[in-house]
Structure formats: C-alpha cells, structure tokens
Design a protein around this ligand. Sequence first.
Ligand code: DGL
Length: 268
Amino acid sequence: MEKPIGIFDSGMGGLTVLAELRRTLPDEDFIYLGDTARVPYGSRSARTVERYSLEVADYLMQQGVKMLVIACNTATAHAYKSLRQKLPVPVVGVIEPGVAALLRATKNRRVGIIGTRSTIRSGSYEQALKAHDPELSVFSKACPLFVPLIEEGWMDKKITALVIEEYLSEMVREEIDSIVLGCTHYPLLRPAIQKIYPDLQLIDSSVEVARSVARELLERKLQHIEKRERGKLRILLTDVTDQLRQLEQLFLGMTVEHLEEVQIDPHA
Ligand code: DGL
C-alpha cells in the first residue's frame, strides 16, 4: 500500500526508532512527528501524556498514514490502549516488543526496567512482563537525568558514568542479567553502560519495534509494493529550534533538508 507509516514521539529521541525502521524497511515512506513544543512527556501525568498522544495521533491520521508507531515509551505507557481502540489503523508501541525481547534474553529471570519517571510510575513494563511470566523478578528505576545528559552529547563523560552507577548499581546488586532500555534516548548510552557492566544484556526496543512493524505490514498486506532504494521521509515538529539540528544528527545519524513546523489543533 502506497501510504506512509506515521511515527510519533514527544521530541527528537524517537528518531532512534525511525532510524531502525528505515534500515529494516527501506521501501516504506515515513512521516515522523515530534511534539517538540511540549517535550518532555517523561515528567508529566498519565492523563496529560494520553491527551497529547491522542492529539498527535489525530494529526498523523489526517495525513493519511496506514499504520501508527508510538516511538515514545512514555506515550506507549499511557496511550497505547486508547489509541488501539480509537484508531482505524494498526498501532505498534514500544513496550510489548521490548518485553518480548527481554523475556527471550533473560536466563535467571531477574530483569531490570529503566525509563522516565512517568513510564516507571505507570508500571506498564512490569504488568506486561508479569502477564507473560508471573514468577519473574522485576526491578525498575526511573532515570530522569539520562535524557538531558544524552541531549548534551555527554555519553562519554565521567559525570555520566557516575550517574549510570548511581541509578543502576542497586538493581545490578540484585543480580539482574538483562535490562530493557525503556526510553527513546537510552540506546545512545549503550556503550557507556556496557563499559561499566559488561555482563549485563541491554535490550534496545527499537530493533524489536522494527521487527514488529515489518511483521504487522506483512500480515495485513500493507507493505509498499514498488521496490526502490529509499522511501520518502518527512519530519514534522511542533516547534523548530536550532538545537534540534544537533539532535537530529545524534538520533538519526543524518540531517534532513527541511524540518516542517506544524501546529496541532486539539479541537480539530
Ligand atoms: N521519548 C520519551 C520516552 O521514550 C523520553 C523523552 C521525554 O521525556 O519526553 O519515554
């Protein structure tokens, strides 16, 4: 089907998921919407995150997308269920694919979840994990300082290593063997975390999300038929600032010629 796939995030971090999707599905067209005017979602209440997510999803539906990917963990935690109920197109979130990968990875059934405050407070990862395996020992930790450190580009700094230890040492002492990087930004910290905890298996949900999207497209016969080198990409943002150019490089690994600024009208 020759329509684009819609993907949204609270800001630019979801470009990590977009990058993975484009690697896995080079023929597809994508419209990415980053709600940069209202980022971060990670410190907000469940009802606000749900409202923002529904507004952003509505906007993408008006653009004629054939599927919706929620790249943001916080938005998945609070809006996945309502979006699945409300939208006439398939919806893929980041939590279920991450959970599936975590369950495959763990040997001792002691696992860790890290994410924003709002994601951790929702208990969504824990619920999804326990639904599959009630005996699993799950340790969760909100890591609110990771997002600003990553956006500052401080992945290799000493201060970041200290923050990683501060957040993770307790669950590592509990002998977890795997941890899900439950936030769009955290895959960028993978080398720094792995350096401190070389034995820990780090689960990056973006790889799993790309696999789920590919499967869903196939099952519902929604794939782009015409073969080509690279599908089209549009990046829409609710606020465009200079700093975003830097983040685009960081998260997507390339700059897009034109960032489109859009206004989301909640009463549309
Ligand atoms: N995109 C968010 C997430 O994956 C992180 C940034 C934010 O707090 O908005 O949870």
